[in-house]
Write a protein that binds this ligand. Structure first.
Ligand SMILES: *Cc1c(COP(=O)(O)O)cnc(C)c1O
Length: 497
């Protein structure tokens, strides 16, 4: 299996090269040249495996340049109870009849990003070894809150690597900020940007493709890589849990092999839902992919109209990991939906960069609405949903997951579609304690962050994850905050070049 770039179909690299490079030199994203298929019998058999082996099975279709031993090394190290609080790694919980929460937050940082970022360092160091890269790998990350911490945990003290994370100063929750400021490890750095997530992400993208920076790195034996979901090594682990969830539902007798399900994903950068799309096209029977946004609803509009327009007000919401106006992974979807038309992608994404807007063809519009359904909700509806779900089912969900539940309820009401449905539950409610507690109690409270955590524990009867409980006593190590224009120089200084 080789990988093409969305902006140049003639690029053909191995998965090891795609993973070490992160992004293609002309700015495109790597995509596998075909989507491997799983038969229903294979999916059924996957249900009998433990999670690490399910992951092995899926990866062996994509990482064909890896040996079996190399893939096992990655999966066995990443997906064990050493890193995850539950044996099943991703937990499937019943919400109500025919609706299941796919809890993806039982890893070390309590958000679904761990599902990919626990394994990415193993993919990356294995890939570097395979292609004979003997340079120091520097991971640059732009984060809306959860990726940064998950990447820091994944890469801390991994030999031959270092990691530098940028987050929007006022765009993350207090718990997320504490998680990052207190990060341990000898090869880690964290810095706030006075701007929003898109500023952080654009800055990182520019540094990646800056020729002056590249030259200085080469001279110093350093190479950049990315832990953002533009890296294929982030995407492929996310395909696994959708295959796994389907296989699990079959195994538990909740559905029959071949029955279709809906999948609802609270979406920001379009990575998680793109993984669901890949799972569908590998052979997982899916009816609708439901894309849930908060009030930064650029994707809802896009799915409904075919016009992507980022020229709009940016809102800071109670679901900050979805406060994004440029959803990078959409590029991969559109590449597939245009029949791998790299010229078309260059045109649209050139327009996105220069005008902030593009409109897809009627053919792509049709494909979009056939496969996807988009919806959004605001903060008040998000909180009302947390409250209602708690009152009705005794289940406490985080703000991002609540957006998905609300959009799903709207979808179900509007369409009458009662197809069994998996909702991706992307974070522990403890990560967003202020909004969650306000929602549970029906009023805002001015007690401190940890008192809120304790109060949520009383109400929800959910154990406080050990990793979050431990934060109480950790010293803060990183307090830098810079203007976005200073980002490039900051990186060069930190690297000592
Ligand atoms: C990152 C994140 C999302 C959005 O995922 P994308 O892959 O960026 O679409 C949703 N919820 C939480 C909790 C997240 O951390």
């Amino acid at each position: 299996m080789l990988y093409n770039s969305t902006r140049n179909s003639n690029v053909k690299v191995s998965s090891a090269e795609a993973i070490t490079q992160g992004i293609s030199t002309e700015g495109g994203l790597f995509v596998p040249e075909s989507i491997p298929e799983l038969t229903l019998d294979e999916i059924k058999a996957i249900g009998e495996m433990k999670y690490a082996d399910r992951a092995f099975y899926v990866f062996s279709k994509y990482l064909t340049d890896f040996t079996e031993a190399e893939i096992h090394y990655c999966t066995d190290n990443a997906y064990s109870t050493k890193n995850f609080e539950t044996e099943s790694i991703s937990e499937l919980a019943h919400l109500f009849d025919g609706t299941y929460m796919l809890e993806l937050w039982h890893g070390p940082t309590c958000a679904f990003k761990d599902m990919a970022l626990q394994i990415l360092p193993y993919f990356l160091t294995t890939s570097a070894k395979k292609i004979g890269l003997d340079k120091k790998i520097v991971i640059l990350v732009a984060t809306s809150g959860d990726t940064g911490k998950a990447a820091l945990e994944g890469f801390k003290d991994v030999e031959g690597t270092s990691i530098l994370v940028f987050y929007p100063e006022d765009g993350v929750s207090p718990m997320q900020k504490r998680q990052m400021k207190t990060q341990e490890g000898s090869n880690v750095g964290v810095c706030a940007i006075k701007g929003n997530f898109d500023d952080c992400q654009n800055g990182v993208k520019e540094i990646f493709t800056d020729n002056d920076v590249k030259k200085q790195l080469t001279e110093n034996g350093i190479v950049f890589s990315s832990a953002n979901s533009i890296n294929w090594g982030r995407l492929v682990p996310q395909i696994v849990y959708y295959v796994s969830a389907y296989a699990e539902l079959v195994k538990d007798g909740e559905i029959s092999l071949g029955d279709k399900i809906n999948i609802v994903v609270p979406t920001g950068n379009f990575g998680n839902i793109l993984a669901a799309y890949y799972a569908k096209h590998m052979g997982v029977p899916v009816n609708k992919l439901i894309c849930a946004s908060n009030i930064n609803n650029v994707l809802t509009d896009f799915i409904n109209t075919g016009v992507y327009d980022r020229n709009r007000q940016f809102y800071a919401t109670v679901s900050p990991s979805m406060d994004i106006l440029i959803s990078s992974n959409l590029e991969r979807l559109l590449y597939l939906m245009t029949g791998r038309d790299d010229a078309q992608i260059r045109e649209w994404f050139g327009k996105l960069a220069s005008e902030g807007r593009y409109e897809v063809t009627d053919d792509v519009k049709k494909k979009l609405t056939e496969e996807f359904c988009g919806g959004f909700c605001d903060d008040a509806e998000t909180k009302a949903t947390i409250h209602a779900v708690y009152e009705k089912y005794g289940y406490t969900c985080d703000t991002h997951t609540a957006v998905a539940v609300k959009v799903y309820n709207d979808y179900r009401e509007a369409t009458g579609d009662t197809t069994k449905t998996v909702i991706a539950s992307t974070a522990s409610p403890y990560k967003f304690s202020a909004a969650v507690l306000e929602a549970l109690e029906g009023k805002a409270s001015d007690i401190d962050e940890y008192a809120k955590v304790d109060r949520i524990a009383e109400l929800s009867k959910l154990d406080i994850p050990a990793a979050l409980a431990d934060l109480r006593n950790k010293p803060e190590r990183f307090n830098d905050a810079i203007e976005k224009a200073e980002q490039k120089q900051y990186v060069l200084n930190k690297l000592g070049v």
